[in-house]
Design a protein around this ligand. Structure first.
Ligand code: LLP
Length: 418
């Protein structure tokens, strides 16, 4: 089910033509479908009906406060990794008691902020972090609710940059040290052990790694119980992949069923931290073809379509060699040519797609598909390019949810020397 479909020869977001949106708001432009966000969240929860659970949207995938607000209204919790993300969730009307705080490098200030807000749980990633959190909580006369993020050493079979559950990754407490760190935590006066957490990676397209990790976690929970340490929630992290090209990630219901089968009759609350799966296919990046050119006149020449979006708008192709489908907003009939779709940034790594067969003319609009996750959230101002405008479509209405950055915004915090 997609909310971006061709109608009468034009690509639409819900009931609005992307060409109309581009004419009004210019390009490059991120366009999201509110219905797609809602559908993704509701179908994620469908397999969990009747269970004690909390779905915490991983804010890093797309932190726009309008998007967070859509999820907050649907009852979502949030997985944050910084004080900045905490502030966004609160500004978006998120419930602090549904926030989990992940990340390997929480500062004292971030811990204070989260303790003041009264978050649900800190996902602690090292013994040193635990010691610091205990001290910070003590200084505030508070008790910090804690899960340890354990690293189960499971291969998520995904891109190495987004694999996080292998023992040589920087994340979590080593599985073999988990019991002793839990014992330390249980003895700390300003720490309350609540849960166990694990997140093995992102864009995972098979069930097996999730289950392998969960088996290890459940074994740990049982061992902890024998030591008198009771675990009341299990956070299985995020990581479910989406279809960018021909990947076939597990359906949400199959994923939920497999996890619930393992949890069986255990009396624990289940937490999930999906990011990409809730927003990835709910957004596209609309861009305009500025120029068409060939690299040379010989038979090995490459054809380039130079568009007005670049690696600073969508970094995934340059960073991970990630594939995003690229569609013409108003597809032309006739002979197509194979293009390198590239941006204006001064790097050969600035490409959005290789070898795309399209029939293009200068001025045409293209939609970079599946750009709702880790698109705008990883955008930068490289080459002093203002970040794109973001638009939310809801039926036949649309709303600006982030204005296009003005050039003067980009150096407003800088100063000339006296
Ligand atoms: N929980 C934790 C602790 C995480 O580190 C992440 C993502 C998530 C949840 C959400 O994972 P998801 O459900 O979205 O897979 N920039 C990369 C993805 C980096 C993911 C980092 N951690 C990309 O564009 O593919």
């Amino acid at each position: 089910m997609t909310n971006f479909t061709l109608k009468n020869g034009v690509l639409y977001a819900e009931n609005l033509a992307l060409s109309q949106i581009a004419a009004e708001f210019n390009t490059p432009c991120y366009v999201y479908s509110q219905a797609a966000l809602t559908q993704a969240f509701t179908s994620f929860k469908a397999g969990l009906v009747g269970t004690n659970h909390l779905v915490c949207f991983a804010v890093k995938a797309n932190p726009n406060i309008a998007i967070l607000n859509v999820f907050a209204k649907l009852g979502a919790g949030f997985d944050i990794v910084s004080g900045g993300e905490l502030a966004r969730v609160l500004a978006a009307g998120g419930d602090p008691q549904k926030i989990v705080f992940s990340g390997v490098g929480k500062s004292v200030e971030e811990m204070r902020g989260a303790l003041n807000a009264g978050i649900f749980c800190f996902n602690v990633e090292s013994a040193s972090e635990l010691t610091r959190l205990n001290e910070v909580a003590k200084s505030m006369n508070k008790i910090a609710p804690v899960s340890l993020r354990v690293n189960p050493n499971v291969d998520a079979k995904t891109h190495p940059y987004i694999s996080t559950g292998l023992k040589n990754n920087k994340f979590g407490v080593a599985f073999d040290d988990a019991i002793s760190v839990y014992e330390t935590a249980a003895a700390m006066p300003n720490i309350a052990v609540h849960g166990v957490d694990c997140h093995i990676g992102s864009q995972i397209t098979e069930l097996a790694p999730f289950i392998e990790a969960l088996d290890l976690i459940l074994g740990l929970v049982d061992q902890l119980e024998t030591k008198g340490i009771h675990i009341s929630h299990i956070d299985v992290g995020g990581g479910i992949g989406i279809t960018y090209a021909d990947e076939t990630p597990p359906e949400f219901t199959a994923y939920a069923k497999a996890i619930l089968a393992k949890i069986n009759a255990r009396n624990v609350k289940l937490l999930f931290e999906p990011g990409r799966a809730l927003v990835g296919n709910a957004g596209v990046l609309v861009t305009k073809v500025e120029y068409l050119k060939a690299s040379s006149k010989d038979s090995e020449a490459k054809n380039f379509a130079i568009v007005d979006a670049a690696m600073n708008d969508l970094m995934r192709p340059a960073l991970y060699d990630a594939y995003h489908d690229i569609q013409a907003v108003s597809p032309r009939i006739g002979a197509a040519v194979t293009y390198e779709i590239v941006g204006p940034v001064c790097e050969s790594g600035d490409f959005l797609g290789h070898d795309r067969t399209l029939n293009l003319a200068e001025g045409d609009l293209l939609a970079i598909m599946s750009a709702g996750a880790y698109g705008m959230s990883m955008a930068s101002n490289y080459n002093t390019r203002g970040r794109a405008i973001e638009i939310m479509v809801d039926g036949d209405e649309c709303h600006v949810i982030r204005q296009r950055e003005k050039i003067t915004d980009l150096f407003a915090l800088e100063s000339l020397l006296p």
